[in-house]
Design a binder for this molecule. Structure first.
Ligand code: 0A1
Ligand code: ZN
Length: 892
């Protein structure tokens, strides 16, 4: 088993911290890279021939230092001269050749062991196939190289393998040669004409089937599209292919970006640390993000495939053609590409639903990251292990920052800015500053204050107050902003942000026309630009006291507060033209209702469901003109995780109880309405993935959840019927979840039967089994840890497969709060045990699992002690990986 190089604890040194301010260009460039792989499970030979030149833009250097990790060096040759031990020095993570000329060819032969590479970085085996993962720094586990994103090279790759075992041999670019060799071996040579950094390199070898299609680009070129999968998954490629074609077309229409190679390939692999990877011309996907079939995949799964396929495809421009100078610029490609994929998905389905889902992720998960010990700016200033920085802040907050340019500039100028950025930096490694400069140049705007969104960590808090003067007919909005302390800076030292605030004013009969001092033409929505710590905006000619609708569409990633009365919120939920604002107001009403119940439970007092919330729900359930997807979202109570972000210390049990109590009250008091809604949503049409059908299924699911809180015989029968007769996984798994979540004695047998039957039906479908595992890991009834431990021993579990680990361990620790945070600390001990095993086996996954423990400061003193104890236990492990070390050290 190879693991990441363990941190040497005996010398008491922590791993080195790398700083953005220390960036230096590379002393050498690699113009051409020629690789030959002779595949073998334990002894793959990699021959690299590198054409190197001194970098004219860097300080001259006589020696060349290459990155390398877990490599066995077999041979080294400089031009025609074989090098001997005296000519170079091999260290744990590098190879230095003492003297090199200004231009030279370096030939290097190394041996690696893909079969024992359990870290899933570099070249590894996933079931029967070989594949690679090189971002961020995995290429150095393949051969010695300048493994940094600002070294761009033209790659030619020859792969040699046994033809029977590996009929398919793939790498980046175009296939330029294939040969039949002796002893049943064959070879394929691929050439990628586009210069790229090593992190975009890919290789795949396996016995794979292919689904093929084509796309004619806007300039009339034919591009062959291929999706490679294991034979059993051939029936699950159609949706990814359609999504790919939609994404290619969308990128041409919306960004003017045309695909550049003659072939675009996707490969599905089972063992993958992340969702997918944008390697040039050869994207590698976690099966969970590419395979979809109505029978085995939920609507959420379909949406994820559509989004991830598009995301990886969009990287061809935002990431590959224009790449990153260094890893501090990661959000340059990730934030921009997430913004692009979010907009694509909005255009393909329901814009409002997509926005609500994305904002929920920001508010529940990214805000928690921003408020924890791993908080970092969108452009971090330092890191120890870059793998730890593939975060919600880099991706999702980064996308929100790009969205704010879009809001401030409007679509036309934004497009001009992106055109300029792509044109100016094509074939280069760029920086976040380059992106900002392009946006500034096309708009003539000054983004110097806006840049604090990149350099300051933490979620800004914006408090607003309104003041209506009936006499003068003015409405003043006063905003105050501040940003809390984060690990790298005190709040008081942070500069005010440049915040776009989308505002409308609601009158009794709808949106009011707005006249600001600075504007002549009345509109119904304006973008206020908040730049001061405190600032007032005055609207004129306001004929009645309005209810302001603020941060419409979540126009900035901030925590906002306005002293709304409950009736004001109700007005927004029913009258606002912005779907997100309606959802948001409803959620605020629900939060208030849950907090009220928590307060009553704390004092052991009687409580009553907030009547305004109940009325709002009833209105939503009876108004058949509303979008069912919005009804579903608005009737879904804020999650335990969302509620946990609102007050410290987090009262785990109380939130759980109060949420359940509110849910039960709504369920009971609207039972007949829910039943009517459920019946209204039933459909006899065959499954299709489109906004309307998804909307109906989502509302049906929410209806079933409420009905199953306290089911009648009739409801239970409906649920079982849906479980048995559904023609698609969305409905089938919704019924299973409803049964599993149902604690009523009436459903006790059905609950047990459903789980057993589901497994019997789907035990041969790995991704469906993951769903089955996660439903059980999230089951919040008592005794969850025992059940989870049993799942880890179940034949369906595979402790080396990240998807399985996520389905059980992550789901239990992140989505089963009452059990994970059991007051005896057993959940924490369990997680630490898992992390310690994974630390050796797969450090990236181990480090990601640490998340819930790092938030210890948000809990009561008792739990704080128990969580810290486990962090300390992990810290005392003698061979801690860099990945785990960094997160633990920063958390303590
Ligand atoms: N760039 C990919 C995600 C990715 C990042 C890191 C990986 O290994 C550490 C793997 C994939 C994307 O944004 O889709
Ligand atoms: Zn990405």
């Amino acid at each position: 088993m190879t693991a990441n190089t363990a941190v040497n604890q005996t010398d008491k040194n922590s791993p080195t911290t790398i700083y953005l301010k220390d960036y230096l260009p590379p002393a050498f460039l690699i113009e051409k890279t020629h690789l030959t792989f002779q595949l073998d499970p334990e002894k793959t030979t990699v021959t690299s021939v590198l054409q190197c030149v001194a970098n004219p833009k860097a300080a001259p250097s006589q020696s060349l230092t290459l990155h390398g990790q877990d490599l066995k060096l077999v041979r080294l040759q400089l031009n025609n001269k074989a090098l001997t031990a005296a000519d170079y020095c091999v260290e744990e993570e590098s190879l230095t050749i003492h003297a090199v000329p200004d231009a030279f060819t370096l030939t290097c032969v190394t041996e690696i062991s893909p079969a024992t590479n359990s870290s899933l970085e570099g070249l590894y085996k996933s079931r029967t196939m070989y594949c690679t993962q090189c971002e961020a720094e995995g290429f150095r586990k393949i051969t010695y190289y300048l493994d940094r994103p600002d070294v761009l090279s033209e790659f030619t790759t020859t792969v040699i393998g046994d033809k029977q075992q590996f009929p398919v041999l793939l790498s980046n670019g175009n296939l330029v040669a294939s040969e039949q060799l002796e002893n049943g071996f064959h070879s394929a040579t691929w050439h990628d004409p586009f210069k790229k950094p090593a992190y975009l390199f890919a290789l795949v070898a396996g016995d794979l089937q292919v689904v093929e299609d084509n796309f004619i680009t806007c300039s009339g070129r034919n591009v062959v599209l291929k999706i490679f999968v294991e034979p059993k998954d051939l029936d699950k490629c159609e949706h990814a292919m359609a999504s790919l074609k939609n994404a290619m077309k969308w990128d041409e229409e919306v960004y003017g970006r045309e695909y550049d190679l003659d072939i675009f390939m996707i490969v599905a692999v089972d063992d993958f640390n992340m969702g997918a990877m944008e390697n040039k011309g050869l994207n590698i996907f976690n099966t969970s993000c590419v395979l979809a079939n109505p029978k085995t995949t939920t609507d959420a799964g379909f949406a994820r495939v559509e989004g991830v396929v598009a995301h990886e495809y969009f990287h061809n421009w935002s990431g590959n053609r224009v790449t990153c100078r260094d890893w501090f610029q990661l959000s340059l490609k990730e934030g921009f590409t997430v913004f692009r994929d979010e907009e694509f998905s909005s255009d393909m389905g329901s814009r409002t639903v997509k926005r609500v889902e994305d904002v929920n992720v920001m508010r529940t998960l990214q805000f928690a990251e921003d408020g924890g010990p791993m908080a970092h700016p969108v452009q971090p200033a330092s890191f120890m292990e870059i793998s730890n920085f593939y975060t919600l802040t880099i991706y999702e907050k980064g996308a929100e920052v790009v969205r704010m340019y879009h809001t401030l500039l409007g679509p036309e100028l934004f497009r001009q800015g992106s055109d300029l950025y792509f044109e100016r930096h094509d074939g280069e490694a760029a920086t976040i500053e380059d992106f900002t400069a392009a946006m500034a140049e096309v708009s003539g705007r000054d983004f110097s204050q806006f840049k604090y969104w990149y350099s300051q960590a933490g979620t800004p808090v914006v408090k607003a107050e309104g003041d209506y003067c009936a006499q003068a007919k003015t409405f003043s909005l006063t905003f105050e902003q501040y940003c809390p302390d984060t690990p790298e800076a005190k709040g008081s030292d942070k500069k005010p942000y440049h915040i776009p605030v989308n505002v409308s004013l609601l009158g009794k009969a709808g949106l009011l026309p707005l006249t600001l001092d600075s504007q002549a033409q009345p509109q119904t929505e304006v973008v206020l630009e908040l730049t001061e710590a405190q600032q007032t905006f005055v609207f004129n000619d306001v004929q009645e006291e309005p209810v302001p609708s603020l941060f419409r569409g979540f126009s900035a990633p901030v925590k906002s507060a306005y002293p709304y009365k409950k009736a004001d919120l109700l007005r927004i939920t029913t009258q606002d033209s912005d779907g997100f604002a309606r959802f948001d107001a409803m959620q605020q009403l629900a939060v208030v209702a849950i907090f009220d119940v928590m307060a009553a439970l704390r004092k052991q007092e009687e409580w009553q469901l907030e009547p305004l919330l109940l009325n709002a729900v009833k209105e939503l359930l009876t108004n058949e003109a509303l979008d069912p997807a919005m009804v579903a979202l608005m009737c879904t109570l804020p999650s335990q995780a969302y509620m946990s972000g609102l007050a410290t210390p987090i009262e785990v049990e109380l939130i759980h109880q109060a949420r359940n109590a509110v849910k039960a009250a709504i369920a009971e008091q609207c039972f007949d309405l829910w039943l009517a809604v459920y019946n209204r949503c039933l459909s006899t049409k065959a499954y299709a993935f489109n906004a309307n059908d998804v909307a109906l299924r989502s509302l049906k699911k929410v209806a079933l959840e409420y009905l199953m809180v306290k089911p009648t015989e009739e409801v239970l029968a409906l649920c079982v019927k849906q479980f048995n007769n559904a023609d698609n996984m969305t409905d089938e798994s919704a019924a299973m979840s409803a049964l599993v979540d149902c604690t009523a004695p009436l459903a006790a047998k059905e609950r047990v039967d459903a789980l057993a039957q589901f497994y019997e039906r789907w035990k041969d479908e790995a991704l469906v089994v993951n769903l089955w595992l996660s439903v059980q890991a999230a089951d919040s009834t008592p005794g969850a840890l025992k059940r989870v431990e049993a799942l880890l021993k179940h034949p369906a579990y595979d402790s080396a497969n990240p998807n399985k680990i996520r389905s059980v361990v992550s789901v239990f620790c992140n989505q089963n709060a009452v059990n994970f945070h059991a007051i005896d600390g057993s959940g924490y001990v369990f997680l630490a045990d898992q992390i310690l095993v994974l630390n050796k086996q797969n450090p990236q996954i181990a480090s990601r699992l640490l998340g819930p423990l790092t938030k210890w400061q948000k809990y009561d003193v008792n739990r704080q002690g128990l969580m810290r104890e486990q962090l300390l236990r992990i810290q005392s492990e003698p061979a801690l990986s860099k990945d785990v070390y960094e997160v633990v050290a920063k958390s303590l």
